[in-house]
Design a protein. Sequence first.
Length: 118
Amino acid sequence: MDKLTQNHFSFKCPMNWDEMDVSANGRFCGKCRKEVFDLTNCLIDEVIALQRKHGSICGSIRVAAVAVALSAAACQNTTADRTTGIVPPHATGDQPINRVALSGTPISPEQLEKMKGE
């Protein structure tokens, strides 16, 4: 069973999930006046069903903050100390995992179907 990941979003929203108003299905974005579904634990098939029911949706998933930091650090080569090559403990998961919300628009149901199993 395939879970939705950040790779399944066609648009990454700059709005802060934690600053949005709570709604029945997640949050409500005051800027674009749309409900933002909490898709954190959703499978791809569940997201496809939501899209078929509601049309284009906005959604958010929670990912480990360290994953976001490591992705950014990979481009900047700042995770490991440049002189020793040692990766700090916070980058290896030795600390409690903080989660951040990544919001945006999931790709179309047809594209999601094609990506299942990847």
